[in-house]
Design a protein around this ligand. Structure first.
Ligand code: FE2
Length: 424
């Protein structure tokens, strides 16, 4: 064996197991494997998980905080305007440099697959070229999936649809959209139809920014589900944000959820961003704005959590930590039950892996040996502690290491070390 991890705790709990890896794949999992590894690591009961997956990100904007100025109001719309100011000043070199730096952070956080939207409304397609280049550069250690995103509106921006088609021809993977930003509800619905038909004709997945609004009448998810079903796109379409659902009438939602389920459309909530950007027009009480995660899950709909933004025109914080995203999602959705907290962990691991269609993802024999060892005893503790990533492994090779989060205490009669862990 190339590598054996000894005494791992698996996300589903139960007995500790060894994980044997050869030629970049998991070849055996079981208690006290009678095998010899070239490298063996005793992880002493730490949690081992497949890597974190971010289903929704903007790598063309990341780490640009303060360029050319800070978002003063903090709103989504000022963020879009600010991004519009920055776009003409972007250079390939700066885009690639920032994206690579973010990917370094991601790897150190055990985040090894990212679906990033890339704005196609700049006729130069500078960001598309830059991120396609980055995708190639990081491919050995990180799966970067790109979405052609018409930030200024598919119909509202005169060259957006042509640019989107050019981006796809250049190698961008997924069809994006932003129906709530079109001029009218009708144009929003028309953009959804055009984009879904384009995706169906070209065998592509769809992931739209959909109803990122507090307006309960923003119902483009209904249209997205309709066309996904009509065109046979089940399992290949995601609606990102869906924040208007937070404010919708309960009766309407009771009809909507089964339609989304029937259409095989997944939902991607972005808790850090939704709790920050939504409800900005409210006085008090202020709406949380995040979509109805527990209800979507109860209806049998896949729900992933995305990071969306890190240090960009919309969000001034973040560091690529999907456990921070899960932590916020858990709080905003009040998902405090044991099973609910575990589903928040799945929302940043196996569910987004399914939405992205990642091949060989998982913790079974035959899967890629892409693994993260966390300084925690189970997934709930991992969220509680935003646990240190002790080892990040890609195709059987350790590509990042970090020390456990210990503190040395100097108190008479008390233990000398605190590690904050309880789960065993
Ligand atoms: Fe987004």
């Amino acid at each position: 064996m190339d590598l054996i991890l000894r005494n791992a705790t698996l996300p589903d709990g139960g007995q500790q197991a060894d994980i044997a890896i050869e030629a970049g794949r998991i070849v055996a999992i079981g208690p006290a494997l009678n095998l010899k590894g070239v490298q063996e690591i005793d992880i002493a009961g730490d949690l081992v998980t497949p890597p974190f997956v971010d289903a929704h990100f903007h790598m063309d904007a990341t780490l640009s905080y303060g360029l050319p100025r800070v978002n003063a109001s903090g709103t989504l719309l000022e963020g879009i305007a600010l991004w519009g100011e920055l776009k003409p000043e972007l250079t390939q070199q700066a885009l690639v440099g920032r994206a690579l730096q973010y990917c370094d952070w991601a790897v150190a956080r055990g985040l090894l697959a990212i679906r990033s939207h890339v704005d196609v409304c700049d006729d130069r397609l500078l960001a598309v070229e830059a991120l396609l280049h980055v995708k190639k550069l990081v491919a050995p250690y990180l799966d970067l999936q790109l979405v052609a995103f018409p930030q200024d509106g598919l119909l509202r921006s005169p060259t957006a649809f042509a640019n989107l088609q050019r981006a796809i021809a250049m190698g961008v993977d997924v069809v994006g959209g932003i129906p709530h930003f079109e001029r009218t509800m009708a144009e929003g619905a028309e953009s959804v139809r055009l984009l879904c038909e384009f995706a169906a004709e070209n065998g592509l997945r769809v992931d739209m920014h959909c109803d990122e609004s507090d307006d309960p009448m923003s119902r483009h998810i209904e249209t997205l589900a309709y066309h996904a079903q009509r065109l046979g796109l089940q399992g290949r379409v995601a609606g990102s944000h869906l924040t208007s659902m937070h404010s919708m009438d309960n009766y309407y939602v009771s009809k909507l959820l089964p339609l989304i389920r029937e259409a095989g459309v997944a939902a991607i909530a972005n808790p850090l961003i939704n709790i920050t950007l939504q409800g900005r027009h409210d006085t008090y009480p202020k709406r949380r704005g995040m979509t109805r995660v527990p209800e979507l899950l109860a209806a049998g709909i896949d729900v992933a959590f995305g990071h969306d933004c890190v240090m960009d025109p919309w969000y001034s914080l973040g560091s690529g930590d999907m456990l921070e995203v899960a932590h916020m999602g858990l709080h905003v959705a009040q998902m405090t039950g044991q099973e609910a907290m575990r589903s928040c962990f799945r929302a940043v691991t196996e569910t987004p892996a399914r939405i992205l269609g990642l091949e060989g993802y998982g913790l079974q024999v035959g899967c890629h040996a892409d693994l993260v060892v966390l300084d925690a005893g189970d997934p709930i503790e991992a969220i509680r502690l935003r646990a240190a990533r002790r080892f990040v492994i890609r195709r059987g090779v350790v590509i990042s290491q970090a020390p456990p989060a210990h503190a040395q205490l100097n108190l008479p009669g008390r233990p000398g070390k605190v590690d904050f862990r309880l789960a065993k």
